[in-house]
Design a binder for this molecule. Structure first.
Ligand SMILES: [Zn+2]
Length: 445
């Protein structure tokens, strides 16, 4: 019964299927698609030029030279609230600082729900961080099932794959042994990492060539920077980051040359007890509150983002709203407490309205646009300008908007009651409950 009530609640809180009108006020350069590149266990302390990593005993640790990983817009201070793989991945995709793997499965909880509603396909190549609800969010995912560097077992899970993608991922599933053939130690960790980068690059290129008009969000997870930190010591951890820097470049080039936003980040960092410690950690006892475990990179390449350094303190929960803002998608994440970091060189206004309402945008007494729809996106507005937003229907709204960043408005009548979808859901669920009681009664009789 409790389960039925939870499902009922979820159905009632999920948003209705809606139509979206996008109105481009000024022509702006925005990305066509996006790649979210998550490196497991990659602490920014170990390669950001501004930072110096220290061990638990206070000794200074060495750093990686990784110029390819410092492109575009780089946010200096970003921390994870929970340096634990599954939870931190959940924070990244929900924008919620208290997220967990279960919440990822709730309706409208993740970036993938928003991208899907706006015509994107969600593709993924993941070595770690690919728990069940994360896989469910993808249209197709190539993933390492057992997280084993010795004998990786690779699977593909697909719901509605774009043509040719399953075959391509199958090809890459079969290529893993050739990457690992007869190599061990640090080189094996690097080769394993390179496999996911190369596979992701092949997926991105195939989408660009075979489905040029199809927007996509490609999530990538690289697994063994974390593994190296846990098992190989701080010096090898830094070598692995330098290998990543080298192997990452082709994917960066694909994004740059094809108008794809690239968001590089990590679930958590890594800490070491002393210099030359052979084992590191991030989630247990002494490691969990260390800044090197918490501080993660956030580096963004996007045609609409101003390159350079961004100071100020941010949290991992800000990543999802920032990704949506860069893609000009509304932050309709149900549980998010993160906020978009202001990196876009224009602003957009996102409006949810009763589709019977007429929504208009005005500037200095001049009407720029007038539309009716359940969701409207006014994109490409210059920063630091002012507009008036009007909605006319059974209620009238008027808002003065000063654009220092993206803005959201909801012009839905708060007392409009249950919508058709909710009523249908209630009737269906009641039918199931009554039917169930009837069946149980019959069995007992
Ligand atoms: Zn991790």
């Amino acid at each position: 019964m409790k389960k039925v009530l939870i499902i009922l609640l979820l159905l009632l809180t999920s948003s209705t299927a809606s139509a979206v009108s996008e109105i481009t006020i000024n022509d702006v350069k925005k990305p066509q698609s996006a790649i979210l590149f998550i490196v497991d266990g990659f602490g920014s302390s170990y390669y950001y030029p501004e930072l110096t990593p220290t061990a638990l005993d206070g000794s200074e640790l060495s750093k990686a030279l990784a110029p390819n990983l410092t492109f575009g817009t780089r946010i200096i201070d970003v921390k994870t609230p929970h340096p634990v793989t599954g939870i931190a991945h959940s924070v990244i995709v929900t924008g919620y600082s208290d997220a967990n793997e279960e919440i990822v499965g709730y309706p409208d909880a993740t970036i993938y729900d928003i991208t899907r509603q706006h015509g994107y396909v969600n593709l993924a190549v993941m070595e770690t961080g690919d728990f069940s609800n994360m896989r469910q969010e993808q249209d197709i995912i190539l993933f390492v099932e057992n997280n084993s560097l010795d004998k990786p077992s690779i699977s593909i899970q697909a719901k509605s794959s774009p043509a040719g993608m399953y075959e391509l991922m199958y090809e890459w599933k079969m290529k893993m042994p050739s990457y690992l053939n007869n190599i061990s130690g640090v080189k094996r960790y690097s080769a394993y990492n390179k496999w996911s980068i190369d596979a992701a690059n092949a997926v991105a290129n195939a989408m660009i060539k075979k489905h040029p008009d199809q927007k996509f969000l490609l999530t990538v997870n690289v697994g063994e920077i974390d593994g190296g930190g846990h098992n190989l010591g701080d010096d090898n951890y830094v070598s692995l980051i330098e290998d990543l820097d080298r192997d990452f470049y082709p994917l960066y080039k694909t994004a740059r040359d094809n108008n794809i936003a690239l968001i590089l980040t990590a679930d958590h960092g890594m800490s070491f007890a002393t210099k030359n410690a052979r084992r590191g950690g991030h989630s247990s006892g002494k490691y969990t509150s260390k800044i090197e475990s918490l501080r993660i990179p956030l580096v963004i390449l996007s045609p609409n983002a101003a390159p350079g350094l961004v100071s100020g303190e941010y949290g991992q929960e800000d990543i999802a709203p920032t990704l949506l803002s860069v893609l000009d998608l509304p932050d309709n994440l149900q549980y998010a407490d993160g906020k978009a970091i202001n990196i876009k060189n224009y602003a957009s206004i996102f409006v949810k309205a009763d589709s019977k309402y007429t929504v208009s945008l005005w500037n200095s007494g001049r009407k720029l646009s007038e539309t009716s729809d359940s969701e409207l996106i006014f994109a490409g507005l210059p920063l630091n300008t002012s507009y008036t937003l009007k909605a006319k229907g059974s209620s009238n709204y008027e808002e003065q908007v000063s654009l220092d960043s993206d803005k959201q408005f909801n012009f839905k009548n708060a007392n409009s009651g249950l919508n058709t979808r909710s009523i249908v859901a209630i009737i269906l669920i009641l039918a199931v409950i009554i039917g169930g009681i009837f069946v149980i009664k019959k069995i007992r009789d």
